[in-house]
Design a protein around this ligand. Structure first.
Ligand code: C2E
Ligand code: MG
Ligand code: MG
Ligand code: MG
Length: 286
């Protein structure tokens, strides 16, 4: 199912080509220019309250419109960026872009809830990351409480104490923190309880089996119960159908994200959707 939906957006990237090393080298070089030449842009996917259908926040997702190859998905260019060291620059660009956009939406009176940004491990490993984040928030005037950073469970598992210290500093600034792709990284409970975390995002692989496989259901339920007991919000990612939504709801989960609610959306689409929500049935003033 996943392959099918992605094919629509990224026809060029069948498996053989993404593995092709020559292409990878070329794209690695191109990525360097892509940042300067405005080939990168962001889409925003809503996170929803499963009970009310309301948007509670947005996740910013990076896209690369390559001049020759078309849309290149982040699953391809994010690892490339890590290998070529561009991931830090890319991450800084995404943060600044999101905070600038977020400030504009707030100024327009649009209730974004929060905006989540994916952070790669090498960003968090840098000594200057906290200062950079503080600077970007100050420059753009985007309030820290609207920002959330997502770090994958597997990169958290492999991180050093300095990075964990940085997470504490970031949270002290008022930024929230989420663990992404949770359930795939083998973190221990004792490790989790000492992390300054607000939210767990259950990996979408468990949702795929939530209807048929009792083991996937058990994992979702266990993560939900454990996360809630530790005081975290729990979100289920990758909900594609109403049946999956119902299954996830019946396991106790209240927050979700997935194509069933909305695909990642362009800035204009987000703004008009938020605008409608901001003025539901406004009576005429005169
Ligand atoms: P992620 O952070 O777990 O983001 C969720 C991914 O699942 C997104 O893919 C989103 O489009 C996709 N998705 C959402 N709902 C559904 C659904 O119902 N079904 C299916 N099959 N997929 C769904 P996307 O945009 O291709 O991003 C893939 C990964 O690339 C992200 O996973 C994230 O790890 C990484 N990424 C994206 N943007 C950035 C970025 O700005 N910085 C960094 N470091 N990584 C990024
Ligand atoms: Mg994410
Ligand atoms: Mg995820
Ligand atoms: Mg993922």
């Amino acid at each position: 199912y996943r392959a099918k939906t992605e094919q629509l957006d990224y026809c060029f990237f069948d498996k053989d080509l993404t593995d092709h090393s020559l292409l990878r080298v070329r794209l690695g070089n191109d990525l360097r220019d892509a940042l300067k030449q405005n080939q990168l842009f962001l889409q925003y996917q809503p996170l929803v309250d499963l009970h009310t259908g309301e948007w509670i926040g947005l996740e910013a997702l990076a896209r690369w419109q390559h001049p020759l190859e078309g849309n290149i998905p982040p699953g391809v260019f994010a690892p490339l960026a890590e290998r070529t060291g561009l991931v830090v620059q890319l991450g800084e660009w995404v943060l600044r872009q999101v905070c600038t956009q977020g400030r504009l939406w707030l100024e327009a009176g649009l209730d974004v809830g929060f905006i989540a940004v994916n952070i790669a491990a090498p960003q968090l490993s840098r000594t200057g990351f906290v200062a950079q984040l503080r600077q970007i928030l100050k420059e753009t005037g985007f309030p820290a409480r609207y920002l959330e950073l997502e770090i994958t469970e597997s990169s958290l598992m492999n991180t050093d104490q300095e990075s964990i210290d940085r997470l504490h500093e970031i949270r002290d600034m008022g930024v929230s923190l989420a663990i992404d792709d949770f359930g795939t990284g083998y973190s221990s409970l004792s490790y989790l309880k000492n992390l300054p975390i607000d939210k767990l995002k259950i990996d979408q692989s468990f949702v795929e089996g939530a209807l048929t496989d009792h083991r996937d259901q058990a994992v979702i339920r266990a993560i939900f119960d454990m996360g809630t007991s530790l005081g975290f919000d729990v979100v289920t990612e990758g909900i594609e159908t109403e049946e999956q939504e119902q299954a996830v709801l019946s396991l106790g989960c209240r927050m979700g994200q997935g194509f069933f609610f909305a695909r990642p959306l362009d800035v204009e689409t987000v703004a008009s959707a938020l605008g409608k929500a901001a003025r539901p049935t406004e009576p005429s003033t005169q």
